[in-house]
Design a protein. Structure first.
Length: 183
């Protein structure tokens, strides 16, 4: 499964996967990263409804906070200005035990949509460093498996390498928390 459109993951890469590795591919994507996150979120919830116990809604274009969302080991849904209605619509199919919303500014529409589908809603908003601190304090409560694992501290300014490398280490189980630093 390739996550992202042809701009994020080129057709050349897709063709190499098909030809060199002999694998079938499926691409999940939208026009923007918010729309792509909606498609991935919907696919995860449909395939494994139990994953909706905990959900994370995060300001999708803020690289200074969005990497921490992975640490919760829960489906992640991005939001952005002008996409509130679409995000709220995506959430209608969810009944979550816990939801955490992360962002420097969280629209009321997003807060209301999340609160209507979650028993418990945790909101971390404000300056980026404060959002990260609050989010880090809740990671072990929602993802107890991180307690005996290492954390990776990353910084990215429109850069893929440190973030993607860290996410791959998280997926492999080498680390349990991704702690982005705003500066």
């Amino acid at each position: 499964i390739i996550v992202g459109g042809p701009v994020a993951v080129s057709e050349n890469v897709e063709n190499q996967i098909k030809l060199d590795l002999g694998l079938k591919t499926e691409r999940v994507w939208g026009e923007t990263r918010v729309e792509t996150s909606q498609k991935v979120f919907e696919a995860l919830i449909k395939a494994k409804p139990e994953m909706a116990k905990n959900i994370v809604i995060v300001e999708g274009f803020n690289e200074k906070i969005s990497p921490i969302a992975v640490s919760f080991d829960a489906p992640v849904l991005y939001y952005a200005p002008g996409k509130e209605k679409e995000v709220a619509e995506t959430l209608k199919s969810v009944k979550a035990e816990n939801a955490i919303i992360l962002g420097t500014s969280i629209p009321k529409d997003i807060q209301n949509a999340v609160s209507s589908v979650s028993k418990n809603t945790i909101i971390a908003h404000g300056k980026e460093d404060e959002v990260v601190k609050v989010a880090l304090s809740y990671v072990p409560k929602l993802n107890p498996g991180v307690k005996d694992k290492q954390a990776a501290v990353v910084y990215a300014e429109k850069s893929d390498n440190p973030i993607l490398e860290t996410i791959m280490r998280f997926v492999k189980g080498d680390i349990g928390i991704i702690a982005p630093i705003p500066e």
